[in-house]
Design a protein around this ligand. Structure first.
Ligand SMILES: Nc1nc2c(ncn2[C@@H]2O[C@H](COP(=O)(O)OP(=O)(O)OP(=O)(O)O)[C@@H](O)[C@H]2O)c(=O)[nH]1
Ligand SMILES: [Mg+2]
Length: 400
């Protein structure tokens, strides 16, 4: 601690000197009236002696470097410190003469106020650090944020993730290095996705409907999955298609049906459907292909939905291509989730390097991811949705 004595005519004069010499963090420890000069005890002038001090160890005092990136917080800290200092100075203004007892009391009081100011300052510094962590994030958190924005993760989820990371850092009282930031992000994303994972297409569903916008890969996906079921699992699969909009649509599925030796039924109406199910009564599993439509129109969603009503245990899978626009995919997912569709299958993983939409759709519409298709080759280019490999893609080479 550096202590300095000032002899002045009045306190304000001392405050100005203290400020310029010791800085604004100095505190007044004591003031008293004294008499100086004169001759043989006469003509002495009344003066004021002011003792001021400054902590030489400034560790707990906010230096400009320690200040937050938030000017509002800095201003608040500054204002509180100034008010506290003014209060202390005012309280310490001395009466002209005091008894020993009173002066002891006053010293205690002064010490109490000084301690209070110090505590207040420490508290404000701590508070400002916390606030700074929210607004002026560490370089690694900023990097994570920018990466996730590029990946088109929903801004709301990005904010939620960063908020949790900041809280975790405060809890552990340390700023995470790069590796820890990405590791914690991966863990958090995994925790969020976990409740939706592990649900391929149900083994109990005898009928599986594939719906989705035009050209997303419904027919190709059906062929891939049918190959897996017939060739690997030895199950008897049948196809039904209601896609009679496009001239070549039936032929496309018929070609796969022939290659895989799978019976195919074509339906034009609900009545045809009953007949088709009878024809395929022997099959363990029926995949139903539907026409791709503009499913941003809810009318088309309700139309296709009426075709999906069956008395059999069934499941509907919404097929979405990752080359689609995030907002359009969300509109389609929203419509289908209103009709109780929960399963989703993502295609064309091979045609993108932006993976945030998958996370957004799962989390925002509580969809259950089933498979990821990543190419045109039947039957190889498809695999079950795996959280860890998805997170690796989402976080990229920065990830753990
Ligand atoms: N790159 C890539 N192409 C795919 C994938 N899945 C399907 N395709 C291609 O996408 C195009 C459309 O596939 P389809 O299976 O006909 O799509 P669809 O959803 O049945 O189309 P509609 O019946 O017209 O609505 C074809 O050229 C497929 O080879 C995939 O995972 N990756
Ligand atoms: Mg098709």
């Amino acid at each position: 601690m550096r202590v300095k004595r000032y002899v002045v005519n009045a306190l304000p004069e001392a405050v100005t000197m203290i400020r310029s010499e010791l800085g604004k963090d100095a505190v007044i420890l004591n003031t008293k009236e004294i008499k100086v000069g004169g001759f043989m005890g006469m003509f002495r002038k009344k003066k004021m002696e002011v003792i001021a001090a400054i902590e030489s160890n400034q560790a707990n005092i906010p230096s400009p470097q320690q200040r937050t990136a938030n000017p509002q917080v800095d201003a608040a800290v500054e204002q509180i410190l100034q008010t506290a200092q003014r209060t202390a100075t005012a309280v310490m203004e001395p009466p002209a003469a005091v008894s020993v007892k009173e002066s002891d009391y006053r010293k205690e009081r002064e010490q109490y106020i000084i301690d209070e100011i110090r505590d207040l300052r420490e508290y404000m510094v701590k508070l400002s650090k916390q606030q700074s962590n929210h607004s002026g994030m560490s370089e690694h958190l900023i990097q994570l944020k920018e990466h996730l924005i590029e990946q088109e993760m929903d801004p709301l989820w990005i904010e939620r993730l960063l908020q949790l990371m900041v809280e975790k850092q405060l809890e552990e009282q340390s700023e995470f290095g790069k590796e820890l930031v990405w590791e914690h992000a991966a863990k958090q994303i995994e925790e969020w996705l976990q409740p939706y994972s592990g649900s391929g297409i149900s083994n109990h569903a005898r009928v599986v409907h594939f719906v989705g916008p035009t050209g997303v890969g419904k027919t190709t996906t059906i062929a891939k999955l049918a190959a897996e079921q017939t060739l690997k699992k030895g199950r008897k699969v049948g196809f039904i298609t209601s896609d009679t909009y496009r001239i070549a649509a039936v032929d496309q599925l018929r070609t796969y049906a022939t290659i895989l030796n799978v019976p195919l039924e074509v339906v034009f109406s609900q009545m045809d459907l009953t007949r088709a199910f009878k024809q395929l009564a022997e099959q363990d599993l029926i995949y139903m292909d539907t026409a791709g439509r503009n499913f941003r129109s809810e009318l088309h969603v309700s139309e296709v939905n009426s075709l999906l009503q069956t008395s059999e245990p069934s499941e509907t899978v919404l097929v979405l291509s990752l080359t689609g626009k995030t907002r359009d995919m969300a509109a389609v997912a929203d419509h289908f989730s209103k009709y109780g569709v929960r399963k989703v299958l993502f295609t064309k993983l091979d045609e993108t390097s932006v993976y945030g939409a998958i996370f957004n759709l799962i989390m925002n519409f509580e969809l259950l991811p089933t498979y990821m298709a990543s190419g045109q080759t039947v039957p190889d280019d498809i695999e079950l949705f795996q959280i860890d490999s998805y997170i690796k893609k989402l976080l990229g080479s920065n990830g753990p």
